[in-house]
Design a binder for this molecule. Structure first.
Ligand SMILES: Cc1cc2nc3c(=O)[nH]c(=O)nc-3n(C[C@H](O)[C@H](O)[C@H](O)COP(=O)(O)OP(=O)(O)OC[C@H]3O[C@@H](n4cnc5c(N)ncnc54)[C@H](O)[C@@H]3O)c2cc1C
Length: 449
């Protein structure tokens, strides 16, 4: 038996998040999700999927629907990675705006990317319907981007106008200062732009629901099963041999869906070099007093702000949930949470005396060109990764496209398609590089530039 060469993070349980507490409450009323025990024998499948987050589970579903024999393997429990920790903002955009995509790649590319972005939300909706995921509480309530300066407001208004005139998309509407103040309960914003094709979800329930649906459809999910070695099979047709502590898996194709946790073992570490992992942190307050609950975030949307070191927030379980990127801390460290609380109170002074009851973090996978990537790294291996912090909808979509790629199809990927691996240049300098950029962004945000 091989000794699993695991990165320290995977020894840790999933953080004690609000999502876990809410899932535990549901589990008291309904039976918990029961997926897989670890792999304890040798196995042969057509397609092996590594990673049981949105990407991997969505890929497995696309394979199962086509009648392809597949199995999912994860070093940890289902949803242990970003899929069980995120803010649950379901969005129809990329980190690069559509006008920026037009400038860099032309209008046709912007149109194709715009379709993909909205396809992501459609995939989430289809999972909710097909798998009957009521527990995930998907609400198509829209997302409001709140401007922190007049200059930022002008920029997001211009973007909404461009999307309407050039792409014919009328789902983005401008909201003046007073309306944003009334809806959010914060006086700190000068206006906002509402994207109607967006919403909120309970992220851990969503990934549990996907796993439950797959298990019911006969797709095995092996938890606590790290892939510790991945080699090409010798002789015969193209294929891969995956070694896990409990058994060997032979597959014709493998889909690597390990995103910002790819360095858990050396077998998948090459995919980590496609990314700059960035820590993202979240806090949740105690339940809001009734008066605040009635006044804050009355439309139950998700909210983001325009600062470069962006913060986002929503109300869930009667609490304020507040998140932001924290380039300076490491996962599991207590740093960064105080800064988040200060940022929250600056926007919502009424929350100053509320206790923070949950705090947790995880890694998002940023890419060099700020776009997700899906492609083949060789003739037996497909990957999808790099959602740049907006992966609930996009990983649900790209997982399906990765399945299609593994079967030799050519799904529409616009700018997201990538042939072979293209490691981030100077990858070993990524951690100090991220800190320098983040410090610069914080400075620009502070001076209102
Ligand atoms: C704090 C936080 C907040 C976020 N907020 C939002 C948000 O509000 N909206 C949004 O759209 N996106 C958000 N994101 C991003 C989003 O969560 C991710 O883009 C998405 O979950 C990626 O899913 P995934 O399946 O690709 O990866 P993950 O969910 O990270 O899954 C990867 C899995 O691979 C497994 N693995 C890794 N290596 C191996 C190996 N060698 N063998 C076996 N298994 C392995 C890991 O155990 C892990 O379970 C957030 C992310 C974080 C961390």
């Amino acid at each position: 038996m091989l000794a699993p060469a695991l990165h320290n993070d995977s020894q840790r349980p999933q953080p004690d998040s609000l999502w876990r507490a809410m899932a535990a409450r549901v589990a008291q009323r309904q039976p918990p999700v029961s997926t897989g025990a670890p792999l304890a024998r040798d196995l042969a499948v057509d397609v092996a999927v590594i990673g049981a987050g949105y990407s991997g589970l969505s890929a497995a579903y696309a394979l199962q629907k086509r009648g392809v024999d597949c199995a999912v393997f994860d070093a940890n429990p289902v949803g242990w990675g970003a899929s069980g920790r995120n803010g649950g903002v379901v969005s129809s955009k990329f980190r690069l705006s559509f006008p920026q995509i037009d400038k860099l790649h032309g209008l046709d590319a912007a149109k194709r990317m715009h379709r993909l972005a909205h396809d992501g939300v459609r995939v989430v909706e289809s999972f909710i319907d097909e798998f009957k995921l009521e527990r995930a509480h998907f609400e198509h309530t829209g997302s409001l981007r709140c401007a922190h300066t007049e200059r930022a407001f002008a920029a997001i208004c211009a973007e909404a106008d461009w999307v309407r005139t050039q792409l014919g998309d009328t789902s983005m509407t401008v909201q003046p200062r007073e309306e944003v103040r009334r809806e959010t309960g914060s006086s700190e914003f000068v206006g906002g732009v509402l994207s109607a094709d967006a919403g909120t979800i309970l992220p851990l329930e969503y990934v549990y629901g996907l796993a439950r649906g797959l298990t019911e459809r006969g797709v095995p999910i092996y938890e606590a099963t790290p892939v510790v070695e991945m080699t090409r099979s010798q002789g015969g047709p193209a294929g891969v041999v995956l070694r896990t502590p409990g058994g060997t898996v032979r597959a014709r194709q493998v889909i690597v869906a390990t995103n910002a946790y790819s360095d858990l073992t050396s077998a998948t570490a090459a995919y980590q070099r496609e990314l700059v992992p960035f820590r993202s942190a979240m806090i949740a307050t105690e339940r809001l007093p009734a008066e605040l609950d009635d006044r804050l975030m009355t439309q139950r949307r998700s909210y983001t702000e325009t600062r470069r070191m962006m913060k986002w927030f929503r109300k869930v379980d009667g609490r304020m949930l507040f998140g932001g990127r924290d380039a300076f801390g490491k996962e599991g460290q207590a740093t960064g949470f105080d800064a988040l609380q200060r940022a929250m109170v600056a926007l919502f002074p009424d929350l100053a005396d509320l206790r923070i009851e949950y705090q947790w973090s995880g890694y998002v996978g940023m890419t060099f060109n700020a776009l997700p990537h899906a492609g083949r790294s060789d003739d037996a291996t497909t990957f999808c990764l790099g959602y740049n912090g907006a992966g609930v909808a996009m990983a649900s979509l790209l997982g399906q496209h990765a399945a299609a790629l593994a079967l030799g199809e050519t799904p529409e990927l616009a700018l997201l398609g990538q042939q072979g691996l293209r490691p981030v240049p100077f990858h070993s300098l990524r951690a100090p590089g991220v800190r320098v950029v983040a410090a610069w962004y914080q400075f620009l945000d502070a001076v209102g530039a």
